[in-house]
Write a protein that binds this ligand. Structure first.
Ligand code: ZN
Ligand code: ZN
Length: 385
């Protein structure tokens, strides 16, 4: 059997001031007709009461047990940025920041620095802390740092707020000492950079957070006996997919923003079923509208996805399509919440439960009831027999 899993990132919402969720408010004829020929329910993507990140959310959807297999955010970001990790490496998320002489954080994003920062990247990589590391600038003020073979993770140096000092890393003595030496030498080295000469907020510090120890996990194929692929633009989601051994497919015009090429993503997913058994498609922009608190934007984005979704009608006779999300990002909360997400599974002669509308509330009455994210693939296999 062939499976396509469409994940509308952060799309689910709550009934707020308008009395309707964006999904209820939107015109979604294709979602709704898909729903009427499938089975619906709700899903706690990680588990009840836990707000998933896009990393824990997708790792669960791929059928992994987070307790056993979640390596922390750092390694997933690093893999998503195209770096190769080896067993025992420790990876961090990094922020390019501004500090004063006393190491007080003035701006955690160095004035939202952006553009080509290869001068800074090279300078950071020249720092000698007595242990092997790699720093990579990813996008804007963000980056990732890997301590090769460090074997123990340590606490953040990023205080996560401004007007306080850069924190001392704690944990394994040797690793913490190397990280703290990195902080000190970073300031010395970066303060002299050409690019900082005219900056009001010099990029003179790399703040580290989210350390994780990389350990190989059983591949998606080993777990499910399915050849898997993923279509996503967000580095973190790509990182999770690669971590699980899925191939990441490129789609022309896919951007992760509202003008992304949704049709291209969906048709690529369908075409790739020739080679793969399972394809996950992530559409990111719905989450961005949730974080921005933009109800209208989210509604429009949902309608765009719905319009492209029509393409799946043609493959339901011999494959299974799932429509769901990795978590809710309600516009009135602007953060990920623990609310369960709607799910609908259709195709391959699945007996419909006659749910009329794809929404948070109507799917809750469907036949699938309430399931857990990491049970999804097992459930799909039950439908394939
Ligand atoms: Zn997400
Ligand atoms: Zn988000």
């Amino acid at each position: 059997m062939k499976y396509i899993l469409v994940v509308c990132d952060g799309m689910p919402d709550i009934r707020g001031r308008r009395g309707m969720t964006p999904l209820e408010y939107a015109e979604t004829p294709n979602f709704d007709s898909f729903c009427s020929v499938g089975q619906s329910g709700t899903m706690d993507v990680v588990k009840k009461g836990v707000a998933p990140g896009s990393d824990t959310g997708h790792l669960s959807l791929f059928g992994y047990d987070l307790k056993k297999h979640y390596p922390g955010r750092g390694p997933l970001e690093a893999i998503g940025a195209g770096l190769k990790l080896n067993e025992g490496d420790v990876a961090f998320r990094a922020n390019i920041a501004t500090v004063d002489k006393k190491f007080n954080v003035i701006d955690r994003r160095a004035g939202r620095i952006r553009g080509d920062l290869s001068e800074l990247e090279d300078a950071v990589n020249e720092i000698d802390i007595g242990t092997d590391f790699v720093f990579k600038h990813t996008i804007d003020h963000r980056g990732t740092l890997i301590l090769r073979g460090a074997k123990s993770k340590v606490s953040d140096t990023d205080p996560h707020k401004e007007r306080v000092k850069v924190l001392k890393a704690k944990g394994n003595k040797k690793v913490a000492a190397a990280v703290n030496l990195f902080t000190k030498k970073c300031y010395e080295k970066l303060s002299k950079l050409e690019l900082n000469k005219e900056r009001q907020l010099p990029a003179n510090m790399i703040l580290l957070r989210g350390a994780g120890l990389y350990k190989k996990v059983p591949s998606f194929y080993e777990m499910h006996n399915l050849k898997g692929a993923c279509i996503a633009t967000v580095a973190l989601v790509k990182g999770v997919a690669k971590f699980c051994g899925l191939d990441v497919l490129r789609v022309e015009g896919a951007t992760g923003t509202e003008d992304t090429n949704i049709h291209g993503k969906f048709s690529t997913a369908i075409d790739s079923l020739e080679k793969y058994d399972f394809v996950l498609v992530n559409i990111k922009a719905t989450d961005n509208f949730g974080h921005d608190g933009n109800f209208e934007g989210k509604v429009k984005m949902i309608e765009k996805i719905d319009s492209a979704f029509e393409i799946f009608k043609g493959i339901l006779s011999d494959s299974i399509v799932v429509l769901t999300a990795d978590h809710s990002t309600p516009v009135e909360k602007k953060v990920h919440t623990a609310d369960s997400v709607p799910i609908c599974i259709s195709g391959n002669g699945i007996k419909p439960d006659h749910t009329e509308k794809f929404s948070e509330y109507s799917c809750a009455k469907g036949k699938l009831k309430r399931m857990r994210g990491n049970e999804l693939i097992k459930k799909l296999k039950e439908f394939s027999d």
